[in-house]
Design a protein around this ligand. Sequence first.
Ligand code: NBP
Length: 486
Amino acid sequence: MTTPTADIGLIGLAVMGENLVLNMESHGSTVAVYNRTTSKVDEFVNGRGKGKKLVGAHTVQDLVASLKRPRKIMIMVKAGSAVDAVIEELLPFLEPGDILIDGGNTHFPDTTRRAKDLKAKGILFVGTGVSGGEEGALKGPSIMPGGDPEAWPSVKPIFQAIAAKVDDGTPCCDWVGPEGAGHFVKMVHNGIEYGDMQLICEAYDLMKTLLGLKPAEMHDVFARWNKGVLDSYLVEITRDILAYNDPDSGTPMVDLILDAAGQKGTGKWTVVSALDTGTPLTLIGEAVFARCLSSQKDERVEAAKVLSGPKTKYEGDPKTLIDDIEMALYASKVISYAQGYALMNAMGKEAGWEINNGGVALMWRGGCIIRSAFLGKIKEAFDKNPKLTNLVLDPYFTGELLRAQEGWRRVCAAAVTNGVPIPAMSSALAYFDGYRSDRLPANLLQAQRDFFGAHTYERTDKPRGQYFHTNWTGRGGTTSSTSYNV
Ligand code: NBP
């Protein structure tokens, strides 16, 4: 029998798994590795892993036997049934107290299910979001672990060592909460990523369509924005993309790329969660639908031949418009994060998870795709008031929205007048106007519901909680519907 020498095992040597192994090894861990196609184990151990503290295993039994107790095994395989298959294969060789960690992009209800099933077998299960892509996995990802809290003390030193660090050295990794909370927070991260990307695309479209700016000119704008309130990884890569020319033709690469967006589903999951919990997550919803609309390329090409819009004619000062677009992007981004945090609060309440809002901002501050200076301000807001109902009510963000509002409105007006689609920016403004309204037209809506379905309503001149029904036509009865849900 092999003497256990490895601190942690990892299954799944594709791009993420390999890089995480090298990251863990460079931070002092001896790592045992296994992959279903075992030739990849040898290729890795004798290739990128040569001379490093690695133990190559050709069976899961050998992998388990090489691990020190409590055994910790990280699974980095394709999300879905592959994770269940790996767990089934491992179970006969595990003992109570062993720790299994799923680091893939798993849908959080699967993690909750696995955590419960494995707990019954004495196995501690952790589901963790890992963000930052290939480079992050190697040099420092953002890590969002949740699951069985008993596992955390054993996993914490390894994860916090390999995670990205913010300026003061704090790791972008902390315990998120029980069951699927870690994967849930990673899912919301991905949803926010969809929103940020869509907003940047709308800013690009506005400058291109209203001002006729070329990619090289927009490169300069994004370079400037990246030094201000929009300082972020996604603005930084957009700056670089806009300066990149196709090596063969010299044409800006961005002009050669087909306008049909792909997606893998995490944005959709986020929006489905929002619908399930009744949370207005409008901006991310629009971002997902904008990808869907873009992918209907052939239909759009046909529609463009018959559906004419206004002739684009922007006559204002270009510099003012660029500054306004910066404000529109910024204010919309504040709304998107406010909506994302509201979703986390709603799910936290529903699932009974205590999600640490400031901790989440810190985990997203570095290493991940949505990293930005702005997240430092969100962390400060939740540090000041951990029970903040909505980010827009934090005095700093309230001030920022009020400061940005004029330019934001001018941009939305110019876009509507000139027929430029900005679903994310305009839905963010509609949310802002709705949220700041103490009276919305839902009084009429309640009247309609009561008219056709006797759904009842509350009255402004009576205490909340009393429900009334009107016989609107004189033909209905006085019997009201028994189900009333706000
Ligand atoms: P992939 O998602 O491409 O998965 C490939 C790995 O899964 C290979 O090791 C493959 O083994 C293994 N695998 C599959 Br497929 N089915 C299996 C099964 N039934 N049993 C055992 N192993 C199986 O790898 P990745 O891109 O490195 O991503 C890993 C996870 O991390 C995914 O959940 C992904 O969504 C997530 N993630 C990826 C990124 C990224 O930027 N790529 C970022 C963040 C998170 P084989 O070699 O034998 O086929």
